[in-house]
Ligand binder design. Structure first.
Ligand SMILES: Cc1cc2nc3c(=O)[nH]c(=O)nc-3n(C[C@H](O)[C@H](O)[C@H](O)COP(=O)(O)OP(=O)(O)OC[C@H]3O[C@@H](n4cnc5c(N)ncnc54)[C@H](O)[C@@H]3O)c2cc1C
Length: 433
């Protein structure tokens, strides 16, 4: 990495970060994307299809990823995180730590020969551990950069990958990672979201019941190149005849510290239910909900068409999930309405509609002010959600609060515009000092 001076640093290379970086780069600014994973793409690249249009998610995300990669004004640094930030006048001096890849990013051709030779299997995080991959592997087929990465926790150092690699010295078991110092003039934080943990609600026993899965796992099962090549139950590979969705399984719950609505869970559950009724036309799909919140353009119509497709919506709170015979799951539901009352129902498979929580920001070196919900707090929430407590640092996407892709992208473009105006005004600020 020769260049250590950039106009802007974008922290987090999900869809929001990619959009913000591309918008700034298109205006001629030099941008550095710092991404902690081995590839950019964020959560969107993991999704099967997207509501409300049911477009293929990777068909939208991959061009955005490769646009950023091929842009002359954008540099992408993966496996990297900011470790400290110091303000010096109008500059930020930013220290970045790059985790070891154990593979030379410059010379790796992505040929997969190392992966084929590797004898060690490990759970594949791309498929949320439902599938397996090798200790040395490409992160996924359309990863950017398309370079192998070695998981040293699983490596047995047998040397098979190094012998199979056609590029001399490309694999380096002694890679220590690297420390960089960059000077940047503005920063956009787009570090995205995590999901509420599966085991958060003890009464759902999600950590003990293999057939209770997360919505990201269901995205991977539905995806055309998913881990099982179809939607099958994790325990026995059975085609599920009945699938339950439990809404608000990680949001709107004071006891979890997530009192807010995560906004996208109703829509992703409806989307997955619609896709499932195409993949498994004989399966019964039931969504247990307290309120259905369809907030965006075309979303209510999406919900209504799901109802007309035969997806069952049951108003009620799921109080408990336990194991039933034949690996099934038993839901205890307090149903509201005409046929209300306490019921016990069995399903082959159950998806918990988990909520969105921010990625760890508490000890963040930027020291941005956080809201009560722990998302980045805006200085001016009504007029500009992208302004943070720190002058020159902007925020976008789900790092600011739960939102869908459309809103993440719009906010990212807004953050890029704010950063651009800030950069244009910097010479004046410098003169005034
Ligand atoms: C199951 C599910 C299905 C969904 N389906 C849809 C849908 O169909 N339609 C729709 O509109 N929305 C959908 N969404 C919402 C959508 O996923 C988000 O709106 C979108 O991914 C937000 O993008 P983002 O860039 O803000 O965050 P992310 O996608 O989370 O990207 C953040 C990036 O920042 C990186 N990062 C995090 N911390 C750091 C750090 N400290 N340093 C460097 N990098 C860091 C992460 O690795 C990641 O690459 C769904 C969400 C879920 C959970």
């Amino acid at each position: 990495m020769d260049n250590r001076n950039y106009d802007a640093m974008v922290v987090g290379g999900g869809i929001a970060g990619l959009q913000a970086a591309s918008d700034l780069a298109d205006q001629g600014y030099k941008v550095l994307i710092v991404e902690k994973e081995p590839s950019v793409g964020g959560k969107m690249i993991l999704l099967a299809k997207v509501f409300p249009t049911l477009d293929c998610a990777s068909c939208i995300t991959t061009p955005k990823m490769s646009y950023a990669k091929n842009h002359e004004n954008i540099t992408i640094l993966t496996l990297s995180q900011v470790t400290s930030v110091e303000r010096q006048g109008n500059d930020f001096k930013v220290q970045v730590h790059r985790e070891p890849r154990y593979v030379n990013e410059e010379t790796c051709t992505g040929c997969r020969k190392c992966e084929q030779a590797c004898p060690v299997l490990r759970p594949d995080p791309f498929d949320y551990d439902l599938g397996i991959t090798k200790a040395i592997h490409l992160p996924f087929n359309n990863a950017i950069p398309l370079k192998a990465v070695l998981d040293m926790d699983h490596c047995i150092q047998c040397g098979a990958c190094a012998r199979a690699c056609p590029v001399p010295d490309c694999i380096n078991y002694l890679d220590q990672g690297e420390e960089y110092e960059f000077t940047v003039k503005t920063v956009i934080k787009s570090t995205g979201f995590d999901m509420t943990p599966m085991g958060a609600k003890k009464e759902y026993h999600a950590n003990e019941l293999t057939n209770v899965i997360s919505p990201m796992q269901m995205e991977r099962l539905i995806a055309p190149h998913g881990p099982y090549g179809g939607v099958l139950r994790p325990t026995d590979g059975k085609l599920p005849d009945s699938i339950a969705y439990v809404q608000c399984a990680g949001s709107r719950d004071e006891t979890l510290g997530v009192p807010y609505c995560s906004r996208v869970c109703c829509m992703y559950a409806i989307k997955q239910a619609m896709l499932l009724s195409g993949i498994l036309p004989l399966a019964d799909i039931t969504i247990y909900y307290m309120d259905i919140r369809t907030f965006g353009k075309g979303y209510e119509e999406f919900y209504q068409s799901a109802k007309s497709m035969g997806i069952e919506f049951v108003k009620g709170k799921v109080a408990q999930i336990t194991e039933a015979d034949n690996d099934n799951v038993k839901l205890r539901v307090e149903q509201i309405g005409e046929n209300g009352g306490l019921k016990e129902v069995e399903h082959d498979l159950c998806v918990l509609s988990l909520g969105m929580v921010p990625t760890k920001l508490e000890n963040d070196p930027f020291g941005l002010e956080l809201g009560a919900d722990k998302f980045i707090c805006s200085r001016n929430p009504k007029l500009s959600s992208t302004l943070t407590s720190e002058e020159g640092v902007f925020a976008a996407g789900t790092a600011v609060g739960p939102k869908d892709i459309v809103d993440s992208i719009v906010e990212a473009s807004a953050a890029a515009m704010q950063a651009s105006v800030y950069l244009q005004n910097l010479p004046k600020l410098e003169l005034n000092q």
